[in-house]
Design a protein around this ligand. Structure first.
Ligand SMILES: Nc1nc2c(c(=O)[nH]1)N[C@H]1C(S)=C(S)[C@@H](COP(=O)(O)OP(=O)(O)OC[C@H]3O[C@@H](n4cnc5c(=O)[nH]c(N)nc54)[C@H](O)[C@@H]3O)O[C@H]1N2
Ligand SMILES: Nc1nc2c(c(=O)[nH]1)N[C@H]1C(S)=C(S)[C@@H](COP(=O)(O)OP(=O)(O)OC[C@H]3O[C@@H](n4cnc5c(=O)[nH]c(N)nc54)[C@H](O)[C@@H]3O)O[C@H]1N2
Ligand SMILES: [Mo]
Length: 827
């Protein structure tokens, strides 16, 4: 047993293991000071809701209050380990400033009211708009943080109740490129690989993925392998000096927005050196010749100029990847939110297809998710696809859905692709969208070009409903605010980035009158009296478990088949990977173990798009490209980023995350240990750029772009020269202005500066490439920037090491090798 300060040592103690061995258990437990383990009255099963890893845990309850958490050793994902946000984030649930009652806008101000008043206003508005303007005037913008049962209910009520095509999730900002890249290559969404691949790989390649900070528990797994027998080689493609880069065999730090050039050069080398698996290509793919032609001229020397990476280092990376016998790759926001997102993500799939690195232990690609439940937003059809990965262009898929819901097919909008979030905001800006119901997301901080987003949401003619835990920057602009219960206060299931389904049970009551999102959606559906074609209620379920059963019927026979799961099966043991059905009663570790399963023209989720223009193909084009339903190798030419630095805006600007915060910090800033570790925004710059401008650690600077500006203290790091980085976590709810910059509160949100622009295929906004200027506002006088020092934001100068110990309050008990058998720790 060990006690570790898990703010200072986020990844805890090592439990090394060798290749092809199984990852040892290590149970992490954190209990509020003064609570002894023996005093815990109940341990309630749950999984983490602060990233896509799905770390399984039990919530400790005493006297109806949460008092701590403990990792679940029995779970396949984390074997008992928890990351800093898992350990400390739950404390936010009990904040004094949780929303307890609904609010409605009266004479310009938000005032408390009862549920009937609030819901009547929402229903009254809906009915009026349906009569006067039709279903196209109503939109829903949801999350990647609710539960499966909630998305499915929302998808049914929006698509078959209201009949609107305007339903999307903030997953558009997060994993729409993951979904799109999987559809482009395999005809269907669904993660091919599994986290188990980390146990078997001899090479692990991370593309634009700061795994150490954003999925710290899987990073613990890689660290344990690096210290065990036969460790893997690691390839890292990231312009920042992440912990992943620090442990990499080869680190490539390209100019932001040049991923396609780099990947094409890697493919060029792999093909030139004959490291391709011809048998695999022949049996399972189409399109190889086109790719070979496309990358023929993409030599490392060519890419070196574009990416500003030494050609020799590209060759080195290509050699490691080309010689791998079991290659596992991960892809995340450094690709998905950067220029040519889908084109680049698809080239990572191509590396695996040409090398035959799929469907075997250690040979897998993880087009990673970010949010904890983003997978469910996608599979339930609460984003740009129809439920069950059904194809909106395929009439028989729409007819099947109509049968499941017992409605006429014509009721389900499928005249065009479901509207993406950026387009919904455009419709609201232009006035055709008149009601926007926002649940579990905070667009007034997380969308690009915030001045524009604030002005869209503040319009008189747009009726805005916000369903949240707190009075966020977005809620402050709403007409109706609905107080939601959250994780730990409600029951439901969700699916992590490697298709593992977890159940998360209710541990404590929600504060005040707050209600579970499911309850709110069901109440709305009942008040709207949505009916099926036989005049019976459209929505036939009444709680989480019955909603799950309804979803199972919708998922039957589709790739994300849940028919073999029940709440009972998910209680007590490990999470289970879908599909789970008669053919795979214990779940499915890897997809595509025996060829490509869902790319057949009749079953595929999408007919694909042109990666450069985004133009959608139709069934005829798809059939001629891929008649036999193989994997599709799609090539793409490199194009330069849309906004390049110039004299006025000489830097590239990129944005992203730090280990200790989650997004707009509504939870992590209310957890004292996490907040203290990263209390304020900062700006990262390279030593070379700082020296050239005589700037110092801690100087107050302004970063500006053509959209807007923010201020922060300077942190000098080993980031690539020419690039600035700003974490996007800091909005305004905890500043004097409360909702946006004004005279008392200068800008500090990264998205004041980002551009309204998106990937043509996935429609994911660009958060990673912009051109920016930097000005000095005030000298720092020696105090370091308020940035963590044990992460990618570590300072280059040792003199500026801030004390990052969390102290007593961050002490976590770690128990390694506790062999726990069987089913444990449920309610
Ligand atoms: N601590 C923490 N963990 C989280 C979250 C959180 O808010 N905090 N959020 C969760 C969610 S929703 C998500 S989506 C994930 C995101 O997880 P990540 O994608 O790992 O996080 P980011 O910091 O957004 O971006 C990753 C890296 O992309 C690099 N990058 C920027 N531009 C480029 C480029 O053009 N090319 C390449 N190759 N790299 C580039 C950045 O330097 C950065 O280190 O994290 C999840 N986990
Ligand atoms: N510049 C820049 N911008 C980015 C990114 C970036 O890297 N750079 N990353 C993008 C990505 S990947 C993501 S995922 C988004 C995240 O952006 P957001 O989704 O806007 O960020 P969150 O702070 O997670 O907002 C979730 C909201 O839901 C509330 N909430 C939490 N649990 C529940 C619940 O159970 N029910 C309800 N009703 N509400 C709940 C929280 O209080 C919070 O207000 O940001 C995107 N924006
Ligand atoms: Mo995300």
């Amino acid at each position: 047993m060990n006690t570790v300060d898990r703010i200072a040592h986020p990844w805890g103690t090592r439990t090394p293991y060798g290749r092809h061995e199984s990852w040892p258990d290590r149970v992490d437990t954190y209990l509020t000071e003064g609570i002894e383990p023996g005093a815990v009255e109940q341990w309630v099963q749950a999984a983490s809701i602060l990233h896509s890893d799905g770390d399984a845990m039990d919530i400790a309850v005493v006297g109806g209050r949460m008092v701590g958490v403990r990792g679940r050793a029995v779970d396949r994902v984390n074997r008992g380990r928890l990351g800093p946000k898992d350990l400390f984030g739950w404390q936010a649930n009990a904040s004094a400033d949780r929303l307890r009652r609904p609010l409605i806008r009266m004479e310009g101000r938000l005032a408390e009211c009862d549920w009937d008043t609030a819901m009547d206003r929402v229903v009254g508005h809906t009915r009026q708009l349906l009569t006067e303007r039709g279903p196209g005037s109503i939109g829903f913008y949801t999350s990647g943080q609710l539960f499966l049962e909630e998305y499915y209910t929302l998808a049914v009520l929006a698509r078959a109740g209201i009949g609107t095509n305007h339903l999307d999730g903030n997953t558009r900002l997060c994993t729409s490129t993951a979904a799109e890249a999987l559809k482009e290559s395999f005809g269907c969404d669904g993660q091919p690989g599994t986290f188990d691949d980390f146990d078997h790989a001899d090479v692990i390649a991370l593309f634009g993925h700061n795994l150490a900070e954003t999925q710290p528990v899987q990073w613990m797994r890689i660290l344990d392998r690096l210290e065990g027998a036969d460790p893997p080689q690691v390839v890292c493609v990231d312009p920042r000096p992440t912990q992943v880069a620090a442990r990499a065999t080869v680190h490539l730090a390209p100019r932001a927005g040049t991923n396609v050039a780099l990947l094409n050069a890697l493919l060029h080398e792999v093909i030139q050196s004959g490291c391709v698996d011809e048998r695999y290509i022949e049996s399972h793919t189409v399109g190889f010749e086109e790719l070979a032609g496309q990358v023929e001229a993409c030599t490392p020397r060519w890419a070196a100029d574009i990416c500003d990476v030494p050609a020799a280092r590209i060759c080195e990376a290509a050699e490691v990847i080309g010689r791998a016998r079991r290659l596992t790759s991960t892809v995340l926001q450094g690709i998905y939110q950067s220029h040519q997102a889908t084109a680049a993500a698809v080239q990572v799939n191509n590396l695996h297809l040409v090398r035959g690195m799929l469907g075997r232990p250690g040979a897998g690609v993880l087009q990673m998710n970010g949010q904890p439940t983003a997978q469910n937003t996608r599979e339930c059809g609460a984003n740009g696809d129809l439920p069950g990965f059904r194809n909106w262009q395929n009439d028989s898929h729409v007819a099947e859905l109509a049968r499941v819901w017992n409605v006429e097919a014509s009721k389900i909008p499928h005249y065009g692709p479901p509207t993406h979030a950026m387009q919904m905001f455009r419709y609201a800006e232009q006035g055709s969208l008149r009601m926007l119901w926002i649940s579990g997301t905070n667009p007034a901080v997380s969308l690009p070009e915030l001045a524009r987003i604030r002005s869209v949401l503040a319009q008189e003619r747009l009726f805005v409903v916000v369903q949240d835990l707190f009075l966020t920057e977005t809620a402050q602009l709403a007409d109706v605010v609905l107080p939601a219960a959250t994780w730990g206060e409600k029951t439901g299931t969700f699916t992590n980035a490697d298709r593992t389904v977890h159940l998360s049970d209710k541990a404590v009551d929600a504060p005040g009158e707050a209600r579970a999102d499911l309850e709110i959606f069901l109440d709305y559906a009942a008040r709207m009296d949505f009916r099926d074609k036989d005049d019976r209620p459209l929505i036939t379920w009444h709680d989480a478990e019955t909603a799950f059963e309804a979803w199972k019927r919708c998922s039957a026979g589709r790739p994300c088949d849940y028919t073999g799961l029940t709440y009972d099966r998910l209680r007590g043991g490990s999470g289970i990977q879908w599909p789970v059905n008669e053919d795979a009663p214990d779940g499915t570790t890897r997809l595509y173990t025996d060829g490509i399963t869902w790319a057949d023209p009749d079953t595929c989720e999408a007919y694909g798009k042109d990666l450069i223009t985004g133009a959608a193909d139709d069934v005829v084009e798809y059939r001629s490209l891929n008649p036999d339903g193989k994997a599709m190798i799609k090539a793409a030419a490199y194009l330069p980023p849309h906004e390049e630095p110039n004299q006025e805006y000489p830097f590239q600007l990129t944005t992203g995350r730090t280990l200790y915060h989650f997004h707009t910090r509504t939870k992590t800033a209310r957890a004292p240990q996490l907040n203290a570790a990263a209390p304020e925004v900062w700006v990262e710059i390279s030593t070379a750029d700082a020296d050239a401008r005589q700037l110092h650690e801690g100087d107050l600077v302004e970063v500006s772009t053509r959209r807007g500006a923010l201020r922060g203290r300077l942190r000098i790091t080993a980031i690539r020269p020419g690039l600035l980085f700003v974490p996007f976590h800091y909005g305004y709810w905890d500043t004097p202005a409360g909702h946006g910059p004004d005279e008392a509160t200068p800008g500090r949100a990264a998205n004041e500066t980002t551009i309204t622009d998106w990937d043509p295929a996935s429609k994911q906004p660009l958060f990673k490439t912009a051109a920016a200027a930097l000005t000095l506002l005030e000298r720092g006088e020696g105090a370091p920037a308020p940035a963590p020092t044990n992460t990618a934001s570590a300072p280059t100068s040792a003199g500026h090491v801030l004390d990052t110990t969390g102290g007593q309050a961050a002490h976590v008990v770690e128990e390694a090798g506790t062999a726990r058998d069987g089913r444990e720790g449920s309610r």
